[in-house]
Design a protein around this ligand. Structure first.
Ligand code: AMP
Ligand code: MG
Length: 487
């Protein structure tokens, strides 16, 4: 275990040159204090868990101190926002502090979000508020615990620095960790600015640093692109299966590694609603829950366009065509597991679709439905769940088909079935109202609720003593919280 000042830094991305990023020094925030830290993320850096509570930790991750060999950088990228190309985005309020190699040889980018203005801040103040920093922290660590690929979060540091949004709030900083911060939008930037040498330099760097397995392929760039398609198919399958809505799937928020990236107005479904829109600013519902699949495909097409200088168009098309079938296969596999199915039958897809159709328009809590389905013997569980459905005859027919389907797979003890289903069906997800409670307490200076909620979400599949309140449906006030883009 190491102390913070013993971390080994590298600056490979910075060394790509000033065409890729600009050196910017963080602007510190006043009276920094630790709001919450992730022990699991500290461990990824080989950091002793007690390091988070040292004064140095709060100083470093609030911009007051840096490693001697640090070369903090704002990265340039562009991207498609809500379907429209924005030629210049870039890190407007975050800096890549550097890259840490842990003892296992893994590599982690440290990105300080809310570190002040950069050349890409446009009209923004370069800051992040406490509220949005807590939301990103909790979501990163909660998704990871669910087994959903995501960037990670080391800590949130709060401050006294005032910032103006709709009202005055306090600035905070979040330390984000990811093996890479390269987005689809990085490739789009060098493609649309017609800088083929730099574009190729970036592709070669990403290939060598993050897709080494593709180097041996006959066409390494194509192998890399195909891997990006595969990873995104798997990622989106997990979002859909667990009811996660990202909210701002612009191509600048899509990770080249297929990780959930850049948390804004995200939400987990409470009651199932295929049309659910979590982003209050998304008037058209472009990023509605059920649109995440075609949107991811669209985003991959935008990335394919940006790869045309390096890969034949037909080969890109073939690779893109893998997305939907791969998504379907992963999604069905996950949904089978959520339903406790251990074998595969042709009609399973239809069984899932029928269930979701019955849920639509009813008041069925998407998370608790699957959890409760596995907790009792099937007939007993279905009897209790039935009350939440509007179309009772439809539900009864579905339940009969489901029970018949279970009977066609090898018999097992009820406890074994429960254990298997509980291991894939979380009891706790990050409901917006839970985050909201934690945020309001933190804004009043009490960080205990953020920390408690984080602890609960680290073990989402395990019933935890005294934590029943975190596994409830939202109260009325918590059902329709309005959350918008940048904050
Ligand atoms: P986001 O909605 O967080 O994905 O941000 C979209 C773009 O706006 C990125 O280029 C951000 O860096 C930039 N941005 C968001 N908020 C701010 C802010 N408060 N100050 C400066 N730039 C910002
Ligand atoms: Mg973004």
């Amino acid at each position: 275990m190491k102390a913070l000042d013993e971390l080994e830094f590298d600056n490979r991305f910075a060394r790509l040159g000033d065409a890729f990023s600009t050196r910017v020094t963080p602007e510190p925030i006043e009276a920094p204090r630790l709001v919450v830290a992730s022990e699991a993320a500290l461990a990824l850096l080989d950091l002793d868990p007690t390091e988070a509570y040292t004064p140095l930790f709060a100083e470093v991750f609030s911009g007051h101190q840096l490693w001697a060999d640090a070369d903090p950088r704002a990265m340039v990228y562009s991207g498609h926002q809500f379907g429209h190309y924005n030629p210049q985005l870039g890190d407007g309020r975050g800096l890549l502090l550097g890259e840490v190699f842990n003892d296992a040889g893994q590599h982690w980018d440290l990105h300080l979000k809310g570190a002040g203005q950069t050349p890409w801040s446009r009209m923004g103040d370069g800051r992040a508020v406490l509220r949005s920093s807590i939301r990103e922290f909790l979501a990163s660590e909660a998704l990871h615990a669910l087994g959903i690929p995501t960037t990670r979060a080391l800590c949130v540091i709060g401050s006294d620095t005032p910032v103006w949004r709709e009202r005055q709030e306090r600035a905070a900083m979040l330390l984000r960790m990811s093996p890479s911060h390269v987005r689809f939008g990085h490739f789009e930037y060098f493609y649309y600015t017609r800088q083929p040498e730099l574009h190729k330099q970036l592709a070669d760097y990403v290939l060598a640093a993050h897709f080494p397995d593709c180097l041996a392929a006959e066409q390494p760039y194509l192998a890399m692109f195909r891997t990006v398609v595969e990873r995104n198919a798997e990622l989106i399958a997990k979002w859909q299966a667990y009811g996660f809505c990202h909210g701002v799937m612009n191509t600048d928020n899509m990770s080249i590694l297929g990780l959930t990236f850049d948390f804004g107005p995200y939400a987990f479904l409470d009651d199932f609603d295929a049309q659910f829109i979590c982003n209050h600013s998304d008037d058209q519902g472009r990023y509605a829950y059920s649109n995440q699949v075609p949107v991811a495909h669209w985003n991959l097409s935008a990335l394919a366009q940006a790869f045309t200088p390096l890969i034949e168009v037909d080969a890109l098309r073939d690779a893109l065509s893998l997305f939907l079938p791969l998504f379907q296969a992963h999604y069905l596999d996950l949904m089978r597991r959520r339903l406790g199915l251990t074998t595969a039958e042709d009609d399973d897809q239809a069984l899932v679709e029928r269930l979701l159709k019955l849920m639509q328009g009813s008041a069925v809590d998407y998370t608790l439905f699957f959890r409760r389905l596995g907790e009792l013997a099937p007939q007993a569980a279905l009897g209790l769940l039935r009350d939440d459905f509007v179309d009772l005859a439809g539900f009864d027919a579905w339940a009969a088909a489901y029970v018949a389907r279970l009977e066609r797979q090898p018999a097992e003890a009820s406890t074994a079935r429960s254990a298997r289903m509980n291991a894939v069906n979380p009891l706790y997800v990050l409901r917006n109202y839970l985050a909201q409670n934690a945020i309001e307490a933190a804004q009043a200076g009490d960080y205990s609720e953020v920390r408690r909620l984080h602890q609960v979400l680290c073990r989402p599949f395990e019933a935890q003593e005294g934590m029943a309140a975190y596994a409830q449906r939202p109260p009325d006030w918590g059902k329709h919280l309005e959350i918008s883009c940048s904050s």
